[in-house]
Design a protein around this ligand. Structure first.
Ligand SMILES: Nc1ncnc2c1ncn2[C@@H]1O[C@H](COP(=O)(O)OP(=O)(O)OP(=O)(O)O)[C@@H](O)[C@H]1O
Ligand SMILES: Nc1nc2c(ncn2[C@@H]2O[C@H](COP(=O)(O)O)[C@@H](O)[C@H]2O)c(=O)[nH]1
Length: 206
């Protein structure tokens, strides 16, 4: 993959910390991005759409994709497979997009190793484990057993925050969203992904 084009922004954090909520909040303030839609073997939640939230596949289909070398990265998370298909990411990077990933700590390590020079990463968490628990419960999308598993896994996942470039404590959504927009801008600047002539002409005109 050509490392010179495009930029990557990776968001990770325990289930229920608010990654999807934050992303929905900031899309309007981020230019020219491409959100990486992952493939997963987990069952869709109520309201989730195939090809929008995830590509939902069977375990057999996922394992075939692994064999074919279709993934940039993949991992087993909370007992299901999740992976990022290589092809759309390659295209988005060639188109000089800011490619946004919502992936777990294992995926972050793999992408970091493969594409370090264009990666900016942010770990997102809640102010406490209790808040995480309460968000997972009030989201009302998962069974008691699944929530328990995710809380158990969260305790291990938070240990990885030091491997990330930035940390956002998602307490007040508005403040956390502003922090994420700043980090997205930094990701662009780091990879020189901005339209220099447009920035200068806007500056001159205003
Ligand atoms: N700052 C916040 N204050 C209060 N509630 C929040 C905040 N951010 C997110 N939430 C709520 O917390 C719940 C979990 O958020 P969300 O689904 O975005 O988490 P996630 O990190 O994407 O989880 P997963 O990894 O399981 O997909 C949702 O019900 C959401 O509305
Ligand atoms: N390594 C990867 N992790 C991924 C990918 N897509 C999502 N995820 C992570 O999985 C968990 C659980 O997600 P959920 O939607 O079931 O709640 C979460 O931490 C995501 O960040 C991927 O392609 N690769």
């Amino acid at each position: 993959m050509n490392e010179k084009k495009g930029a990557i922004l990776i968001l990770s954090g325990p289930s229920g910390c608010g990654k999807s909520t934050l992303l929905k909040e900031v899309y309007k303030d981020i230019a020219d991005y491409y959100f990486s839609i992952s493939t997963t073997t987990r069952d869709p939640r109520v309201g989730e759409k195939d090809g929008v939230d995830y590509f939902f596949v069977t375990k057999e289909e996922f394992e075939k994709d692994i064999e074919n070398g279709d993934f940039l990265e993949y991992a087993k998370v909370h007992d299901n497979y999740y992976g990022t298909s290589l092809k759309p990411i390659k295209k988005a990077l060639e188109d000089e997009k800011l490619v946004i990933f919502d992936i777990d700590v294992q995926g972050h390590e793999i992408v970091r190793k493969k594409l370090d020079s264009i990666v900016t990463s942010v770990f997102i968490t809640t102010p406490s484990l209790k808040v995480l628990e309460s968000r997972l419960n009030s989201r009302n999308t998962d069974s008691k057993e699944i929530i328990e598993k995710r809380i158990k896994n969260a305790k291990g996942e938070v240990e990885y925050f030091q491997n990330y470039d930035y940390l956002i404590i998602n307490d007040n959504l508005e403040i956390a969203a502003k922090q994420l927009v700043c980090i997205a801008n930094i990701a662009r600047i780091k990879s020189k992904l901005f339209d220099k002539s447009k920035i200068i002409s806007t500056w001159l005109e205003n």
